[in-house]
Design a protein around this ligand. Structure first.
Ligand code: 6PG
Ligand code: NI
Length: 184
């Protein structure tokens, strides 16, 4: 009987353990992601927008395994648009994913290959099934950290290029103090 090598802190959603990989996205890493590129470029470029942790017990790209992650998005807006992840399709297009909310207030934005966009509210305990062939991005619409966990197939991969080229067909902006999906 051995100790597990990774722990999930249930309160915070954070992972701990030597095998947990970490990455950060600062404003300087998010060129072209937000609608108002001028505002993004004028703000402090070292500002942390989101952090991702991943536990990948087998090589990325191998089939049959599952990866487990945590994402934390700092609150704020770029102009009227909420802080959000870049968003992606999976490179192995027909692979799904689970997201679940741990804390904060978020909105999961999804888009299919025909560019239909829809969204789900994320909050503590909310469970979100992202089907295959669906691009996904999360925005923090609250005033605190938005934290969620995720589980996805080890051969999913990330296709960021499609979103970099064409974006999502709708953006999540604040209108009269409320989040609203607006066609872009
Ligand atoms: C994945 C997950 C998730 C995602 C992060 C950051 O497929 O790995 O959807 O871990 O990568 O929430 O979002 P971006 O990858 O879009 O920057
Ligand atoms: Ni994904």
């Amino acid at each position: 009987i051995v100790q597990p090598s990774v722990f999930l802190k249930l309160q915070s959603g954070k992972l701990t353990g030597d095998q947990v990989l970490k990455s950060q996205k600062k404003l300087k890493d998010l060129e072209g992601v937000f609608q108002d590129e001028q505002i993004r470029a004028a703000l402090p470029q070292e500002s942390l927008i989101y952090e991702v942790q991943a536990f990948m017990p087998i090589a990325e790209g191998k089939s049959g395994g599952l990866f487990f992650g945590n994402s934390t998005i700092y609150p704020g807006k770029i102009g009227a648009e909420y802080h959000m992840t870049r968003g992606h399709f999976h490179s192995n297009l027909d692979t799904g994913e689970y997201y679940w909310g741990v804390k904060g207030e978020g909105i999961l934005i999804m888009m299919d290959e025909d560019r239909n966009v829809w969204a789900e509210e994320m909050s503590e305990g909310s469970v979100h099934y992202i089907p295959g062939k669906v691009a996904h991005r999360v925005a923090n619409v609250g005033e605190e950290l938005l934290v969620f966990n995720a589980c996805w197939p080890s051969d999913a991969g990330h296709d960021y290029a499609t979103i970099a080229e064409k974006g999502f067909a709708a953006r999540l902006v604040e209108v009269d103090g409320e989040p609203k999906l607006v066609d872009s």
